[in-house]
Design a protein around this ligand. Structure first.
Ligand SMILES: [Zn+2]
Length: 175
């Protein structure tokens, strides 16, 4: 009988105790620490779409931000964070934004939607235009909505709003 004898596994009971209250430990861990030795200024929100991941990395590299940003991925990006059909996605967004603030003291949130987005098609149905150029106002509206929500909660943050085309070209959403 394998592993039947018992008594061969040694463990530190104090360590086990700590592991038995993961929620408490996590909350302790997330408390802002003034002495934190690392951090980043930027948090990026993008869609999950595989067609954009390479373009997104290149875009961040071009901005000299490669390897220097936190990254939240939600299908639909700004729509994923604000859509009433999937409130749990919104909750995930806010929890992660809070975590990025606590852990890395971010100062800027970069919102990056993209045209031809499957999540926009799924949630907005016929309200999402088929022609890519006509989709931009729809993205701008959602980006502005999320920006307003972020600034209401965290007025000290800076929010950037962009839309990436499937070819990697990025359009800025002006106020
Ligand atoms: Zn998408």
């Amino acid at each position: 009988m394998a592993n039947g004898s018992g008594g061969t596994l040694a463990f530190d009971s104090g360590e086990l105790q700590k592991r038995e209250s993961p929620a408490g430990s996590l909350l302790d861990y997330l408390k802002p620490k003034k002495s934190a030795k690392h951090g980043t200024d930027n948090l990026l929100l993008t869609c999950m779409d595989y067609r954009l991941t390479g373009h997104t990395q290149r875009y961040m590299k071009k901005r000299r931000l490669a390897g220097k940003f936190d990254h939240i991925v939600l299908a639909g990006a700004s729509l994923g964070a604000t859509c009433a059909d999937v409130p749990e996605w919104g909750a995930t967004f806010w929890a992660h934004l809070n975590t990025a603030l606590s852990l890395h003291h971010i100062k800027t949130v970069i919102l990056m939607d993209h045209t031809d987005c499957g999540a926009y098609k799924l949630f907005l149905k016929e309200q999402y235009p088929q022609k890519k150029k006509e989709q931009l106002p729809c993205h701008f509206e959602t980006l502005k909505k999320l920006e307003a929500q972020i600034l209401e909660k965290f007025p000290e943050l800076r929010v950037e709003k962009h839309v990436m085309h499937v070819n990697g070209k990025v359009v800025d959403c002006k106020d």
